[in-house]
Design a protein. Structure first.
Length: 105
């Protein structure tokens, strides 16, 4: 019985951790607008801010070579001219979740 209770507890804890790690796309969209839109076009709506000198979020999201792990690496070690951004793991996962919403054409 104790083993069953322990396994149930571990299972429930694991699901909570996975849900937290999944990120919140809506929060990610807000972060993208706040932190990234001065350079990148972050949305799909007409007239979105940004510049064509850097890739849009949609082009990154739809590039098969640039999946979630790519986004995590770039955010963890931004390359010039990207600024260093003090993003928490949660914020990074929120941005990854937002990128996933942009994959669909």
């Amino acid at each position: 019985m104790r083993v069953l209770i322990l396994l149930l507890g571990l299972t429930l804890t694991g699901h909570g951790a996975m849900a937290q790690a999944a990120g919140d796309a809506q929060q990610g969209a807000g972060l993208a607008r706040d932190w990234c839109s001065s350079c990148h076009v972050v949305g799909t709506e007409p007239g979105a801010r940004g510049t064509d000198a850097v890739p849009s979020f949609v082009s990154v999201a739809r590039d098969p070579a640039k999946g979630p792990d790519y986004v995590r690496r770039v955010l963890a070690n931004p390359h010039p001219p990207m600024p260093q951004m003090p993003l928490s793991r949660r914020s990074v996962e929120d941005l990854v979740a937002y990128f996933r919403t942009l994959v669909r054409p």
